[in-house]
Write a protein that binds this ligand. Structure first.
Ligand SMILES: [Zn+2]
Length: 126
């Protein structure tokens, strides 16, 4: 998910988090995964990405937990998402490039950019 999204497109999605239903944690999980891949390409994104990841783990909506703590936890998720969006914006139209060769796990899908695949150890050599 989000693999063909540019930095700007992922940032735009992060800016939508404020409109998400806090119960729908699946979308946050996908954004967490997608932005984690960007930290491999741009390590400077690690701090805001980690903050977002931590905030979403603290935010665990349940029917028994809808009080003020939960509201604060959700506010923290939105704040962290906005900060991560801001950090991604400078990369604009850039997209991550994924490796398409065969690996022991199927299509490799490691990151490639001006260098060897990050998962070349798994490549299958015909
Ligand atoms: Zn590869």
């Amino acid at each position: 998910m989000f693999e063909d999204h540019s930095a700007n497109q992922i940032a735009a999605e992060l800016n939508q988090v404020q409109h998400y239903d806090p119960q729908y944690t699946g979308a946050l999980s996908m954004l967490d995964e997608a932005t984690l891949r960007w930290t491999l390409r741009h390590p400077v994104l690690s701090a805001p990405q980690n903050a977002f990841s931590q905030a979403r783990y603290r935010q665990k909506p349940t029917l028994a937990n809808q009080g003020r703590d939960q509201q604060q936890a959700w506010a923290d998720v939105v704040t962290a998402a906005e900060a991560l969006a801001l950090a991604l914006r400078p990369y604009g139209d850039e997209q991550l490039q994924f490796c398409g060769v065969r690996s022991v796990y199927g299509t490799c899908h490691g990151l490639v950019h001006d260098g060897p695949c990050t998962r070349s150890d798994n490549h299958v050599n015909d």
